[in-house]
Write a protein that binds this ligand. Structure first.
Ligand code: DGL
Length: 277
């Protein structure tokens, strides 16, 4: 049986985490869809990007952050990182008893939407090489051809709050143009950092290409899980949103203004949950 410190209540917070700030693209959908909920977001910026790390490292980080969120009394958790889902979600679900909703590349809706039957999946190399992704492709491609596109460097741009300009355009084009040349008419954003680059990705891909971000669907799934477990927050008041990071709180606070759209206080993750050097 998994660990749960106390029996979660409706008024308990929801924990959300990512390797860094990309998971804010999921958090904003959760915030919008479930306005009464208290949210706690952990950016593992001290360990980002996960895409360059080993599976064992990411599994250990995901377990440490999940343990922190459970100790904070979280009633549910959102893994807002495709890479962490790919390598760690099974272990998290075995260890922690609360509902865990996890983002993964949206192959199924992409296959349904693609007229050409050719889908591009932009994600980290780790996500694309994972057993989880192989299973998704096998189960849900429905005959469509999947073109995997690793995108090194995009996470770092978003972590730095750099969302436009020639450098961003150049790197996005280097990843998106080969997909178009391959006949792709539908692109899955398989990393939670990439939705912040959507205007540039859209500009390169053109208006005819479908671009799929599953963040809204993840928020919807979270709402359904909470409702099924009798854990939806009651009341009309707006819930709070708390931010923590394993990296530099001052740096994350500065970038948060760009990605979250307003100032918010960022706290340091307690030392015993911090990322190793
Ligand atoms: N946001 C993470 C994901 O969805 C980025 C992974 C990374 O830090 O490399 O995959």
């Amino acid at each position: 049986m998994g660990q749960a410190i106390t029996q979660p209540t409706q008024s308990a917070p929801i924990g959300v985490f990512d390797s860094g700030l990309g998971g804010l693209s999921v958090l904003r959908e959760v915030r919008d869809l479930l306005p009464h909920e208290d949210l706690v977001y952990v950016a593992d910026s001290g360990a980002a990007p996960y895409g360059d790390r080993s599976g064992e490292f990411i599994e250990a980080r995901a377990a440490a952050i999940a343990a922190f969120l459970v100790a904070e009394g979280a009633k549910a958790m959102v893994v807002a990182c495709n890479t962490a889902t790919a390598v760690a979600v099974r272990a998290l679900r075995e260890r922690f008893a609360i509902p865990i909703v996890a983002i993964e590349p949206a192959v199924k809706p992409a296959a349904a939407m693609s007229r050409a039957g050719v889908i591009g999946v932009m994600a980290t190399s780790l996500t694309l090489a994972s057993e989880n992704f192989r299973r998704l492709a096998e189960q849900y491609a429905q005959g469509a051809r999947i073109v995997p596109q690793p995108c090194p460097g995009l996470v770092e741009l978003v972590e730095g709050g750099r969302l436009e300009g020639p450098e961003v355009h150049g790197l996005v084009a280097a990843y998106v143009l080969p997909l178009l040349n391959d006949g792709v008419d539908t692109i899955v954003l398989g990393c939670t950092h990439y939705p912040f680059l959507l205007p540039v990705i859209r500009a390169v891909a053109g208006p005819a290409v479908n671009i799929i971000d599953p963040a809204r669907a993840v928020a919807g799934e979270l709402g359904r899980r909470l409702e099924a477990e009798g854990l939806l927050a009651e009341g009309k008041g707006h819930g709070g949103t708390r931010f923590l990071t394993s990296g530099s709180a001052a740096y994350v606070e500065a970038v948060l203004v760009t990605l979250w759209g307003r100032h918010a206080k960022v706290q340091s993750l307690p030392g015993n949950y911090a990322a190793p050097d």
